[in-house]
Design a protein around this ligand. Structure first.
Ligand code: UDH
Ligand code: MN
Length: 369
């Protein structure tokens, strides 16, 4: 055995090579980690832009990186979707979704639920949907005040789900059902829909939707803008004309922060009529302008129906509307008295069954606040 130069022994040379390889591997890892941090940081920064609606910048930053491994480490909750879908949706959904068709033939009937759920396989239990191809700008809760209109509901769901999916919305459909025995309270049910849906998901936009109104155009976007929007302006039942200019019934869209600012709807309107006029006044009182799409676009069909016995015209409605202003502060979502009897996550909607005690609700007054 030759041991004249131990430094250059094979063993040592081999060891040196191993150290060099290990060193290079570590160097590579540390470079990747710093790149990763930088990537995550850039993503965080871009998310800030997103929040400020600077969407082009957000898209740009994401597009400039083709690989998505670094994104996998982003910890932002709202971007979980990118991760879940293996980095698929990197773009924020467009303001004008690509698959919209405009004027539509509406479905006037609907298959039984057993058949219908097969038509909408991407809808998750509770009537929830999140687009796979892009990141939605906001989350929308569709709130439907409801009692004893099962067929209308089936037809509405059959019409709405495909439209909302084409609109690329992150949405959920909530049917708020009032039990029998009291006069129907549409506005209070919508308040309950707001209160219950935000317990389930961070909704930022609300669409309050009569069960019997079917949109005839998928460009009527079910999203929220800078001011509350009245969507159902031209209804076939009224010969596609606006019955009066301050009408705010049927289908409306309101940002969560705006809805909260006006304390939601009034809870005091039992029976038919007045609650939408009260809401219109509330919004105007708080400085909002109501916006509408052009009449030619915002067309709806009302499914034919009679007045329900549990929804008699409210004789007190004119008086309630004219004295409404003094109640805005305490009559609304900050004082909601009801019992939730059930919550059911059905295949194409969430059903929330509530009972309302009219005497109790009417008794709430300023001093109790
Ligand atoms: N609603 C129910 N069940 C009821 C009452 C009302 O689900 O018993 C809900 C439903 O979402 C409905 C909305 O409240 O779309 C508005 O009630 P409505 O449809 O009875 O009111 P609308 O103003 O009708 O549309 C007025 C009576 C029309 C009579 C027409 C006679 N030709
Ligand atoms: Mn109706």
């Amino acid at each position: 055995m030759r041991h004249d130069d131990p430094l250059l022994s094979r063993g040592n040379i081999f060891r040196a090579c191993v150290y060099a390889v290990v060193f290079l591997v570590l160097l590579e890892i540390s470079i990747s980690v710093s790149f990763l941090k930088q990537g995550t940081y850039r993503l965080l920064k871009s998310y800030e832009f997103l929040k400020k609606w600077d969407i082009s910048r957000f898209t740009l930053i994401l597009e400039s990186r083709n690989e998505c491994d670094w994104m996998v480490n982003a910890t932002i909750k709202n971007l979980q979707r990118i991760l879940d879908s293996k980095c698929q949706p990197v773009r924020v959904c467009s303001i004008s979704p690509p698959d919209l068709v405009g004027q539509l033939e509406t479905y006037k009937s609907a298959p039984p639920y057993k058949e219908m759920i097969k038509l909408y396989p991407l809808v998750k239990p509770g009537g929830r949907y999140t687009p796979y191809e892009c990141i939605s700008r906001e989350s929308v809760a569709i709130i439907i005040p409801f009692r004893d209109r099962e067929e209308h509901l089936r037809i509405l769901l059959h019409n709405l789900h495909p439209i909302l999916q084409r609109q690329q919305l992150d949405y959920g459909i909530y049917v708020i059902e009032q039990t029998n025995g009291t006069q129907f309270n549409r506005a209070m049910l919508m308040n309950i829909g707001y209160a219950e849906s935000i317990k389930l998901y961070n909704y930022t936009c609300f669409i309050f939707h009569d069960v019997d109104l079917i949109p005839e155009n998928d460009r009527i976007m079910y999203d929220c803008i800078g001011s509350p929007r009245h969507l159902s302006c031209a209804v076939d039942k009224f010969k596609y004309r606006l019955p009066y200019v301050t009408l705010f019934g049927g289908v409306t869209a309101i940002k969560r922060e705006h809805f909260e600012k006006v304390n939601g709807h009034s809870n005091k309107f039992f029976g038919w009529g007045g609650e939408d006029d009260d809401m219109f006044r509330r919004l105007v009182h708080h400085g909002f302008n109501i916006s509408r799409y052009p009449m030619a676009m915002s067309r709806y069909k009302m499914i034919k129906h009679r007045k329900n016995a549990g929804n008699r015209a409210n004789k007190k409605r004119h008086n309630l509307v004219s004295t409404g202003k003094r109640r805005y502060k305490y009559d609304g979502i900050n004082k909601l008295l009801y019992s939730r009897l059930a919550i059911e996550f059905r295949q194409l909607h969430t059903r929330i069954i509530v009972s309302i005690n009219e005497t109790q609700v009417m008794r709430i007054h300023e001093k109790s606040n």
